[in-house]
Ligand binder design. Structure first.
Ligand SMILES: [Ca+2]
Length: 86
């Protein structure tokens, strides 16, 4: 298994882990995104409501109130570009 494939599997598994919390595995709600950010990006610290709102707004491209897998993957890809620039 290549490193890139492993990375993609992790990206997908992370989405599934948080998206399934409310019974709908296809989308992330704001509460689920908050949990994901807290565990995966803020290392256990709770992000502020303003930070969650800002993340959610930038992820929810079509403004339907939930983040679907395509929107989430777009976000991860953007993060990868940012990391590459550093
Ligand atoms: Ca959306």
């Amino acid at each position: 298994m290549s490193g890139l494939f492993t990375a993609m599997a992790i990206v997908k598994a992370t989405f599934d882990k948080y998206a399934g919390k409310d019974g709908d595995k296809t989308t992330l709600t704001k509460a689920e995104l908050s949990d994901l950010l807290k565990a995966e990006f803020f290392e256990g610290k709770t992000p502020s409501k303003a930070e969650v709102d800002e993340f959610f707004k930038s992820l929810d491209v079509d403004s339907d109130g939930v983040v679907d897998y395509t929107e989430y993957v777009t976000f991860v890809a953007a993060l990868t570009v940012i990391c590459n620039k550093k």
